[in-house]
Design a protein around this ligand. Structure first.
Ligand SMILES: [Mg+2]
Length: 298
């Protein structure tokens, strides 16, 4: 049974998907959820989120939280989700910092010492994974540079990162985002913009940007749950990260209009989502409105 609360929070009276989409929707077994702009904005949980997650569970559709924002460690994210009323386990969360650690361990096993532009929680996460975080010192030479959304950024460390990049060390960025969404009167300068400053100073772009739209983020989840591309939907608020990644992995791309992108952006963009909905609740309602709801256990 759907809760009354959920019924009240539905945003569109007619949620039946077009016939052509029904087959794609019926195949969905897992929903990868962007976080900021999709389940909350800044510090504010959307009023429909908890009911929408319950609805997915009721349909036997698993979900994972996927974020490009590495400024909090996985532990901090889980605590934050818990604090706003979303129970989540460690295996339901995948951040771009975790994806960067996975990338380095699998593809760059010789890299142990990193100069990291990142928040303290993220640096601790790398240290917990066995990496050494080198000091802001020209004598403390790292094996590679990792640049992230560093909310504790200070000028000398930015200069040190640029120095190692100019020295041609391997250079990895956690995520391409230019800004981080916020409901506060400020612009949160994100990893992509910090990399742009380094590029302006050194002429080098990162060798690899690990987060969305790099398929690596979604492929990890697909591998973990043995999913084929058509069985996973990527739900997010950004065309150039969430939807681009869905296209890159042939997952179902679902754009929500609760964050960055608006309908007019979709018209202008070459990155076309499979579905555009007002919010996550509307997407869940679409799944529930399928002619045969085969998700429910017999
Ligand atoms: Mg987002």
């Amino acid at each position: 049974m759907k809760s009354n609360n959920y019924e009240q929070l539905r945003t569109m009276p007619n949620t039946s998907p077009p016939a052509a989409l029904c087959a794609s929707l019926k195949a969905i077994r897992h929903v990868a959820l962007d976080m900021d702009g999709t389940i909350y904005k800044g510090g504010t949980l959307f009023p429909f989120t908890i009911a929408a997650l319950r609805a997915l569970k009721a349909m036997n559709i698993r979900y994972s939280f996927l974020t490009n924002n590495p400024s909090k460690s996985a532990r901090e994210y889980l605590q934050r989700l818990h604090d706003i009323g979303i129970p989540a386990s460690a295996d339901e969360l995948y951040t771009s910092a975790q994806a960067t650690i996975d990338y380095l361990q699998v593809h760059r096993p010789a890299v142990k010492r990193l100069f990291i532009l990142g928040a303290p929680g993220m640096i601790a996460e790398f240290e917990d994974a066995g990496f050494v975080s080198t000091a802001d010192d020209a004598a403390d030479r790292p094996d590679a540079v990792v640049v992230a959304f560093d909310t504790s950024l200070v000028y000398p460390r930015l200069c040190r990162a640029a120095w190692w990049v100019a020295e041609q060390l391997p250079y990895i960025a956690t995520n391409p985002d230019r800004v981080c969404p916020t409901d506060k009167p400020t612009v949160l300068v994100d990893c992509g913009s910090i990399c742009a400053a380094i590029e302006h100073a050194t002429g080098r772009k990162p060798d690899l940007v690990v987060g969305k739209p790099n398929p690596r983020m979604l492929e990890g989840i697909m591998k973990k749950y043995a999913l084929r591309p058509g069985e996973i939907a990527m739900v997010g608020d950004r065309l150039y990260t969430d939807i681009a990644m869905a296209i890159n992995t042939r997952a179902l791309g679902v754009l929500v209009l609760t964050g960055e992108a608006q309908r007019e952006d979709v018209e202008k963009s070459a990155l076309k989502p499979d579905i555009v909905v007002n919010d996550l609740a509307e997407f869940c309602a679409m799944l529930e409105a399928l002619p045969i709801n085969h998700y429910k256990p017999v």
